[in-house]
Every structure is written in structure tokens, then in C-alpha cells.
Design a protein. Structure first.
Length: 287
């Protein structure tokens, strides 16, 4: 009798331990990528929220093209190195981009193992034991169109398709965020933050490299290969709701669309809501 009790108790402890370990590994790694001019610090609030929700692997990536004169490939490589660290360790991944960061995560996932029911092409066959990508979340995505990837010659120069705040210093190859005197970053990016906080984040902005911003994309992940969630900010002054809708309405685009009462940098103004969306799209619907 005593023996049975002992066995069932250790079995109990064993099961509990197993369950706890499972609960942890159920959370994917989250790889977060800021937009032009921004440092990964803008994901600090969201990172704290996700840590409280028991997410263990949280990486906010610094874009090499912010503060350095490098091309887009450097940005893509920086994201890929973090992404494959997790995939190769067997961890599933959710990628989160903000603005131009969505362009970068879209390039980085080209050829990566994925879960997808809608894709015509099969998932990578070498993915045994590796993690896969669950979803891409575009927070106010500033992204390439299907047209410009299919017909690169049709891609407009970025001078013609950028928010008014982009300030081009053509002699140096730098772009800064102070191009519109009527819409300084405090209003273009952080219009829902208290003024002092908006000033604080404006002071942290750096230049972006023109070559990285003006490069032509080589891949579109949102036509069925991946689950891609476009999050529209209803108070976004940079990628306005109308502009976001034009991306969403492209023929052939297959987005899941979410709306937040947010400005352009929703990770700072609406961290709980953004974390909630990351949790929502952390669940693999095809498992
Ligand atoms: C920017 O991109 C456009 C279109 O791809 C290209 O024609 C143009 O030469 C680029 N601008 C610069 C200054 O490199």
C-alpha cells in the first residue's frame, strides 16, 4: 500500500514536471523587427508583456541600416541569423515587423520552413526536427507590392512612395525622419503618447540608409505561403488606414486583417493590444 502510494506520487511529480516543460515549449520564439530610424528598444514594453505571458525566447533585432550606410541585404541577414537560431534549435517562430521592418521580415522568410494549408508548394522537406514559422505580423507594414516584385522595372523610386516625413540627404545616402515640418515624428509616429514620451522617443531616432529603403524586394510572403496578419492603426499618420487598405486590397494578397486604435508605433502606444495579437497568432492552426 505504502509502495503504491509512493509510486503514484512520484508518477504525479513526474507528470507535473512534464506538463510544466510542455507549457513552456508551447510558446514560440518571437522575433521583432523595428522600422526605419528606430532602435529595437521600441519593443521593450511588448517584450515585458510577453515575458509575463511565459514567452521565453524574445528577440528584438537591431537593423544594421539604422545608423549605418548599408544595403537591405544586411538587414535581411541580421533577421535571418536570429530566425535560424530558433528554427535550428527546433523552436517555432512568430515574426513581428513594424513599418519597414515588415519588408525585412518578408525577405528573411523566403524559403524558410512554414506551416501552411493554403500553399500550393509543399513545406520544406528538410524540416524534420526544426522549428517552423507560425505567422508574420505586420504592424503598419510599409511593404513591397506584388506588382513590383513580379515586375521589378515597375518599382517606383522611394522618393515617390514614402511618407512625407522622409527627409532625403542625397549627398550622404542618409534618410532622416524630419522631412515634414507640419508633421514632426512626435505627430507622425507617436501621436498617441504623452508629449514627454513622444519627445523622448523622437530624440532616439537615427538616420536610415537610403540604399536599404530603396532596394527592390525579391519575395512576397503574403500570397499564400505564410500566414500574414496585417494590423491597421486607425490613428496612424505615416502609413494611414487608406494606404494600409491599398496594400490589403491588392489582387492576390491573402492577409488576415486586424484593426487597432493605434498610431504608427503601436508597440509603444498599445503594448497590451499588440502583445494580445502576438499571443493570438502564436497558435499553429495546422498542428
Ligand atoms: C531607387 O530605386 C529605383 C527603382 O528601383 C531606381 O530606379 C533608382 O535608381 C534608385 N535610386 C537610387 C538613387 O539608387
Amino acid at each position: 500500500m505504502q509502495l503504491t502510494l509512493l509510486i503514484s506520487c512520484s508518477l504525479c511529480a513526474f507528470l507535473n514536471l512534464g506538463l510544466a516543460a510542455d507549457a513552456r515549449s508551447n510558446k514560440p520564439a518571437v522575433v521583432m523587427v523595428p522600422g526605419a530610424f528606430h532602435s529595437p528598444e521600441v519593443f521593450g514594453k511588448v517584450t515585458r508583456q510577453l515575458a509575463q505571458a511565459d514567452y521565453e525566447f524574445l528577440d528584438a533585432v537591431a537593423l544594421p541600416s539604422v545608423g549605418h550606410l548599408v544595403g537591405r541585404q544586411a538587414d535581411t541577414n541580421a533577421v535571418k541569423s536570429v530566425l535560424y537560431k530558433h528554427l535550428n534549435a527546433g523552436r517555432d517562430v512568430v515574426l513581428v515587423g513594424n513599418s519597414y521592418g515588415c519588408t525585412v521580415i518578408g525577405e528573411a522568410v523566403n524559403g524558410a520552413p512554414r506551416y501552411s494549408a493554403s500553399s500550393a508548394s509543399p513545406v520544406a522537406t528538410d524540416s524534420v526536427g526544426r522549428g517552423r514559422i507560425i505567422s508574420l505580423i505586420y504592424l503598419a507594414g510599409y511593404i513591397p507590392t506584388i506588382q513590383e516584385v513580379e515586375h521589378p522595372a515597375s518599382k517606383p523610386d522611394i522618393h515617390d512612395v514614402s511618407p512625407a516625413l522622409f527627409n532625403y540627404h542625397d549627398d550622404t545616402g542618409k534618410v532622416t525622419a524630419d522631412g515634414d515640418p507640419t508633421l514632426p515624428p512626435q505627430k507622425a509616429f507617436y501621436n498617441l503618447l504623452p508629449p514627454r514620451e513622444a519627445d523622448y522617443w523622437t530624440g532616439k531616432l537615427d538616420f536610415s540608409s537610403f540604399d536599404a529603403l530603396n532596394a527592390t524586394a525579391t519575395y512576397i510572403p503574403y500570397t499564400g505561403d505564410f500566414e500574414v496578419v496585417y494590423v491597421v492603426g486607425s490613428q496612424d499618420k505615416s502609413v494611414t488606414p487608406e494606404w494600409a487598405q491599398a496594400f490589403i486590397d491588392q489582387p492576390g494578397a491573402k492577409f488576415t486583417v486586424e484593426h487597432l486604435d493605434a498610431d504608427h508605433i503601436s508597440m509603444l502606444s498599445k503594448p497590451k493590444e499588440v502583445s494580445g495579437l502576438i499571443v493570438k497568432y502564436s497558435k499553429n492552426p495546422y498542428a
